[in-house]
Write a protein that binds this ligand. Sequence first.
Ligand code: UDP
Length: 237
Amino acid sequence: MGQLAYPRALLKISGEALAGGERSGIDFGVIDRLANELVQVSATGVQLGLVVGGGNIVRGAAASDQGMDRVSADYMGMLATVINALALQDIMEKKGLTTRVMTAIRMEELAEPYIRRRAVRHFEKGRMVIFAGGTGNPYFSTDTAAVLRALEVEARVILKATNVDGIYTADPKKDPAARFLPELSFQEALVNGYAVMDANAFGLCKENRLPIVVFNINQPGATARVLAGERVGTIVQ
Ligand code: UDP
């Protein structure tokens, strides 16, 4: 493990990423490609946890805008993350990875309850842990869940998988003068209002000095390269 840049890491995958080009639902082709990437990562010996979002199925805030009670809508969102986690697990295991889904809300017929020490044990045994159910609390996001779990299991970095190469000074699709930023401090990200993660999650990273790498998950081999310590995407630290 000595030469690994990040011996244990957490990858946050949004629900949107799992929808591929669609606005909602699960694109199994996307999961298949992701699984191939993660097989490569796993072969390097990095202990990897996944935190999966649910925005491709339900977003609490959006459902509550439609008239639903916010707390119930958020629970629906948390359940959505479990649906995604089971899809990820199935495909990862078909590729030969050993995985465990751990949920923040108990549903023991289909997944283990999240218990920190048990999660750490899974990592030590080389299992990929898929954290589902967010934090288990309404009014939070899976970004916050990702940071929380990363801190709890002592992951050394959070990888935020996106569809863009990293952080730019402006939206590169709209502004030709937009500059790519390979590296920035928490303070610079905050002052300039770069949306790295939601404010709660970002604050938790900043306070605990947990680096975040924002990178394009669609680039082949990117996840493995980030974890090998190569300069890929934008690192906020
Ligand atoms: N959610 C929640 N508490 C959590 C995590 C998630 O209430 O700790 C709900 C919230 O309604 C959110 C939905 O689950 O909109 C899906 O999660 P998120 O929006 O973070 O998913 P992503 O944007 O990553 O797909």
